[in-house]
Design a protein around this ligand. Structure first.
Ligand code: ASP
Length: 315
């Protein structure tokens, strides 16, 4: 069987070893490893890149440690509004949802949009109606409640600040039990297909229906069999303005850069210039992978058919 690779992330930001207890660090690494295993199992059975990234994300969305699905952060109004996207690099089909509530696995809904609607991007109530129509699993508000997220939000809810789940500018006092984590995955399957997916609760205390880069095709998520698959994490506004994921693909397609070179230019040059904190993971059309970030840390992992397995957090 030909080679295959799965790469995942669980968010980037000011993630420092000194802020982490050994127990929490272990829980994150285990969470990442189970996300990897789920995607890897699909690829090993000869499954598609799309099904692999979806399988990884479901596991990460169900894990309360990550800011997606169950562990999503609170908005200004004290609720969870989630964004997600998936893209199939074999035919450039894509599905995305924004501002959805009570959906257990936003990535399932994004996949439904990709496969079973005539659209690419659904938002808010309409997206929720579509979830009901497609029979996507819903959960009550309590499912999404965690004391940590609540405290994190309480500390800034009376201000106009909003924050990256993983940046401690406004949240020093909460650092001790801080959690991180938009989640993403990109895969290269044994038939040479590439897919990418990203899922998030967005930024703590976001308001006015703010939507980040994660569900925006080309900004936080992009896949094309001819070039690469990319999933981003970080300060979404900057990733939108720099069309980050698609820019990597363009640098490969039009300039002939390698995946590593292209990601490095976008993350460490272009985003850095605009104070765009964060990072991204990627695979290319040969199954090579890269994981690059300009922040102190990024939860990340990779597993491939050549026997390589890595899960890591810091620089
Ligand atoms: N990029 C996400 C957003 O801006 C946040 C993150 O990656 O943690 O919504």
């Amino acid at each position: 069987m030909a080679d295959f690779t799965i790469v995942i992330h669980g968010g980037a930001g000011t993630i420092l070893k000194e802020d982490m207890s050994p127990g929490l660090e272990k829980a994150y690494l285990e969470g990442l490893q189970s996300g990897l295993e789920a995607g890897y199992a699909v690829l090993k059975e000869g499954g598609t890149a799309v099904n692999a990234v979806k399988a990884s994300l479901v596991i990460l969305e169900d894990n309360i440690l990550f800011n997606a699905g169950r562990g999503s952060v609170f908005t200004k109004k004290g609720v969870q509004e989630m964004d997600a996207a998936i893209m199939d690099g074999s035919d450039l089909s894509a599905g995305a949802v924004a501002g959805i509530r009570n959906v257990r696995n936003p990535i399932e809904l994004a996949t439904e949009v990709m496969r079973n609607s005539n659209h690419v991007f659904l938002s808010g109530k309409g997206a929720n109606d579509f979830a009901i129509k497609q029979g996507v699993k819903l959960e009550p508000d309590e499912y999404f409640f965690s004391q940590f997220r609540y405290d994190q939000w309480k500390a800034i809810r009376d201000s106009d600040n909003y924050s990256l789940d993983h940046t401690h500018h406004h949240l020093e006092e909460l650092l001790k039990d801080k959690k991180f984590g938009t989640v993403g995955a990109t895969a290269f399957d044994s038939n040479g297909n590439i897919a990418a997916a990203t899922s998030t609760g967005g930024m703590t205390n976001k308001k006015y229906g703010r939507i980040g880069d994660s569900p925006m095709i080309g900004s936080g998520t992009y896949a094309n069999n001819a070039t690469c698959g990319i999933s981003c994490t970080g300060h979404g506004e900057m990733f939108i303005r720099s069309v980050a994921a698609y820019d990597v693909s363009c640098l490969i397609e039009y300039k002939g850069f390698s995946l590593q070179e292209a990601m490095n230019i976008v993350v460490n040059e272009k985003l850095m210039k605009m104070n765009g904190e964060g990072g991204m993971i990627g695979v290319d059309a040969k199954g090579n992978h890269a994981m690059i970030f300009n922040s102190a840390g990024m939860y990340r992992g990779v597993k491939n058919s050549k026997g390589y397995n890595e899960v890591s957090i810091y620089k």
